[in-house]
Structures are given as C-alpha cells and as structure tokens.
Ligand binder design. Structure first.
Ligand SMILES: Cc1cc2nc3c(=O)[nH]c(=O)nc-3n(C[C@H](O)[C@H](O)[C@H](O)COP(=O)(O)O)c2cc1C
Ligand SMILES: [Mn+2]
Length: 490
C-alpha cells in the first residue's frame, strides 16, 4: 500500500538514514540552495551519489519546515515508488502490457485479479482531507507564510519549485496535472510557467479561444505522497489523468477532495493547496530563473495565477526542489521516469533495447538508444519515432547504437559510437519543436535536432567494406589464465 502522505515518506527517509534535519536558522533566500548544493554532492548513505534529503526545521521568516532533495538519489526514488529496483516498476507495467486476450475460462479467471487491480487505480473522490485543516480566503491569504525559495542570485524573485498544477481541459473536462514553477509576485499573485507545448498551456489556449476575456480555474497542491507528487512530471499523453498513473504507482487510488472556491479536485492528503484562477487576457514578465540547464532561463511573458484561497494542514511541510548544474534532484526524477517508461516505449517500438539520458544532457539534450537493427535505415526510423513520441520530441541529439552497446556506460558509447560513424553519412539534421529552455535555438520553442546513426553499417545500406569485429579474449584462454592467475604474483 502507498504512503498515506508526504510525512509518512519523511519518516521512512529518516528511518533509512536518508534524511538530515537542519536545526539552524537558514534563509530560503539563497542560503538553502547552497546547503543543498553541498549536501547533494556528498556521498549519501552507503556511499550512494545524491547525498541526503534535508528537512530545514527553521527556515528564516516562516513557521513551517522545508523539505528538499527528498527524491535526489536512485535509492530515494526507489523508496518513493516502494520498490527494490526501479526496474521493478517497469516489470509491473510489462505485466499489464503482456496481458493477452484470454483463450478459455481458466485464462479469464487468471486475469481477474489483474483487471481488478487496474480498476483500483482510478482516483477516488472523498468528502474531506487533511489539506482542509486550515482554510484562509481573500485578504487572509499570504504566500509569504511559506518558506518559498529564491534559489539563485539573479532569479527574478522567489519561486514555488515543486507545485502540482491542476486544470481541466475546457473542451473535454479532462484533468491535467503538471509541475510548472510559480514565481511569487506578491501575497496572492504568482506567475504560471506553462511552457508552450505543455498540457496546462494547451488548456489555457483552448479556454482563451472560447472566451478571451474569461478565466480558467487553477488549483495547486504542494507536498503529497511521493507517487502523487511525482505524477506532476509524468510525460503522458494529453487528456490522460496523471492521478490514475499515480494510483498505479502507489498501488492505491489517489484520494481527491473538492476545492473550496472552484470546482477542481486536489489530493486530500496535500500539505498545502492554493486555489484560484488565471485570467485569459493577462500576461506578465516571468524570470529569470536559475534553471535545470545550469543556466538562467531568460525572462518571458507568462500567464498570472491569482490565489483566492489557501487550504492547508495545521503544521504543513513545505516541499521544494532546487535545480542547477547537473546532477541535481531533478536528474534522479528524470532517471526514474526513463526506467519506468522504457516498457511503454518498447510497446510501440519493440526494436528499442535500452535508452539512457546522461545527467549532463539535462533530459532534452541527449538520448542514447540501443536497438536490435533488422533492416536498412532502422536507426533513422527510431530517431524519427523518438522525435514524435510525447516529450521525447524535445530531444536535441539522439545517438542510436547497436543492442550490444551498454547505453549506460558512457565510455563504451563514446568509444563505439565514434568508431561507427562516417560523420557526413551518419549524421542527420531535422527541424521541429524544441524545449522552451533551449537557449541556443535561434527561436524560442523551434529549432534543429541531430540524429547520429552509430550502428554497424550494412551492405544493404550502401556500405561495401567489411565491418571489423570487436576484440575479445576467447573463453579457453580466459579459463587458462583464470586457473593460473593466483600463481602469477600480480
Ligand atoms: C522540478 C521541476 C520543475 C519543472 N518546471 C517546469 C516549468 O516551470 N514549466 C514547464 O512547462 N515544465 C516544467 N517541468 C516539466 C513538467 O513538469 C513536465 O514536462 C510535465 O510532464 C508536464 O506535464 P504535462 O505533460 O501534463 O504538461 C518541471 C519539471 C520538474 C521536475
Ligand atoms: Mn498531462
């Protein structure tokens, strides 16, 4: 069964030595970032990269504690999904994807538990929740009650960095949940950083097309159980409810409760909820913001969120994250998503053996893909597939290698890929949508991409020379030396 809420996860982190409590008064303006930078760079428990989760008990200027780096290591992501290995989540997904049409009665009976399990992930409406312990409306709302970070010196202000933003598609009524940072403008107003291709931005555009002078209801939850919190970053198709996926990940439905002042629903176990609206005719300068690229993203015009009501627990934990030069907490979240979504990629593209997105490629800049190559041009087909696959469309550079290359061993990839290419022949350029954060693209949101076909080249691809084999010691010699090894005095 899933964690009941964020604080249950905090307890578990603490029990496993993954959390450090900071009792000194530390300023959420800049100082928290520097503490996180140092703690993230430390070896964590058992020497794992990613340091420790931190609970700042006395952030300066706020009554409420601040939790950060809670998901900033592979181990903590495994704990978040309650698995031993992230691949266990992938195996669960494969279990569902492998379900075949039942052949006979026995098959049908065997399938029942799985089907029942599927049904049990749907979000469940409840009447009340811990997120309603305190309710403040109108002029009683003050976002400065919370220890909201100013992360980097040139940031345009303080930013809520770990929000779950809830909207409904104004045409279909379907829910979307996305994690979009929010710059604080004053006690009751924030930015809404809906990047162009994201689902929140699409809801905004569709509502504006219906009534340019109107508004769209928006609610924001901060701090929920891990699977629900991470629901906000899942790269799933539009009009699919992230809360259903969260239910799958936590093996229990997400309990949703109606908001006080609009008709959206939010996770009942949230620590803090902000309810309000976005005007469809209002834009305001947002940024700069020290981003997960390791550079400041520049100022831009974005919608504005007006907070009408705050509901919260009596003593809420404020959840935040800080991004910067990779690797940071967001890398580990991205890595977990890469592992969890691999079976779904393989469902439509079974030739894909494995994928890897190195931390320094900040998710959208570099994807290494290994494939079981079956026909001429197969690597190019896979590149084009990735450029049309949800948020993988943003991938600036795709390197395709053969299935016998370990994509997680970057030394092996650099070695084998560079040996396998004739650059003029094997590099392909194309244009398309790019990540809003790509500051090198000649226009925001639109630019070029590069695919590198680093597979072995075939005669049927016009390569007429023989392709050499990799040098490997034969098994017999290996066994002979192994038997002698201890006597060699090395
Ligand atoms: C810490 C963090 C901050 C993020 N900030 C933003 C943001 O400000 N704007 C944005 O469009 N996406 C941001 N993202 C990425 C989105 O959360 C992600 O693309 C998500 O899948 C969007 O949901 P959607 O597909 O429903 O639009 C952020 C991700 C993380 C992990
Ligand atoms: Mn979505």
């Amino acid at each position: 069964m899933g964690y009941a809420d964020l604080r249950e996860f905090v307890k578990r982190l603490e029990k496993e030595g993954e959390l450090r409590r900071i009792k000194a008064e530390i300023d959420p303006v800049l100082e928290v970032t520097e503490v996180v930078q140092r703690a993230q760079a430390m070896p964590g428990p058992k020497g794992n990269p990613g340091g420790f989760a931190l609970l700042f008990e006395r952030p300066k200027g706020s009554r409420y504690p601040l939790l950060i780096n809670a998901f900033g290591s592979v181990r903590r992501m495994e704990m978040a999904f309650e698995v031993e290995k992230l691949d266990d989540v992938a195996a669960r997904i494969r279990g569902f994807l492998d379900m075949q049409t039942p052949q006979g009665l026995l098959d049908k009976i065997k399938m029942l538990p799985k089907l029942a399990e599927l049904g049990s992930f749907m979000p469940k409406q409840v009447k009340d929740g811990a997120c309603k312990e305190l309710i403040r409306k109108g002029s009683d709302v003050n976002l400065f009650d919370f220890p909201i970070l100013k992360c980097w010196p040139q940031d345009g202000g303080r930013f809520i960095t770990f929000p779950l933003v809830f909207t409904r598609n104004p045409e279909t009524g379907k829910r979307n949940v996305g994690m979009y940072r929010m710059q604080i403008y004053d006690e009751r107003t924030t930015g809404m950083h809906w990047q162009t291709q994201k689902h929140g931005a699409e809801h905004f555009r569709r509502a504006r097309a219906q009534n340019p002078e109107g508004r769209i209801p928006v609610s924001v939850a901060i701090g929920s159980d891990p699977a629900t919190t991470l629901g906000g970053i899942l790269p799933i198709p539009p009009d699919l409810d992230e809360m259903m996926f969260s239910g799958f990940l936590r093996r229990e439905p997400v309990e949703m409760v109606k908001c006080e002042t609009n008709d959206l629903e939010v996770p009942a176990n949230a620590e803090i909820v902000l309810e309000g609206y976005v005007n469809l005719n209002e834009m305001r300068t947002e940024g700069p913001f020290g981003d997960h690229t390791g550079f400041y993203s520049l100022e831009g015009e974005y919608p504005v969120f007006h907070v009408e009501c705050v509901t919260q627990r009596k003593e809420p934990i404020y959840l935040a994250t800080v991004v910067g030069r990779p690797p940071q907490e967001d890398y580990y979240m991205g890595y977990a998503i890469e592992r969890v979504f691999l079976p779904l990629m393989k469902l439509t593209h079974p030739e894909i053996a494995d994928v890897s997105m190195p931390a320094e490629g900040i998710v959208h800049n570099l994807m290494i893909v290994s494939i079981r190559k079956s026909y001429p041009g197969h690597a190019r087909k896979v590149m084009n597939a990735i450029w049309s696959l949800g948020q993988a469309m943003f991938t600036k550079v795709i390197v395709v290698v053969d299935h016998d290359v370990n994509v997680h061993d970057y030394r092996e990839v650099v070695w084998k890929a560079l040996c396998a290419i004739d650059p003029e022949r094997d590099v392909q350029f194309t244009f398309g949508p790019v990540d809003t954060l790509d500051h090198a693209a000649r226009m925001q949101d639109f630019g070029s991409k590069m695919g590198i076909d680093a597979t072995r080249k075939w005669a049927s691809e016009g390569f007429s020379r023989p392709w050499p084999e990799e040098m490997l010691v034969d098994e017999k010699t290996k066994a002979t030396v192994e038997a002698l090894w201890k006597t060699l005095g090395i």
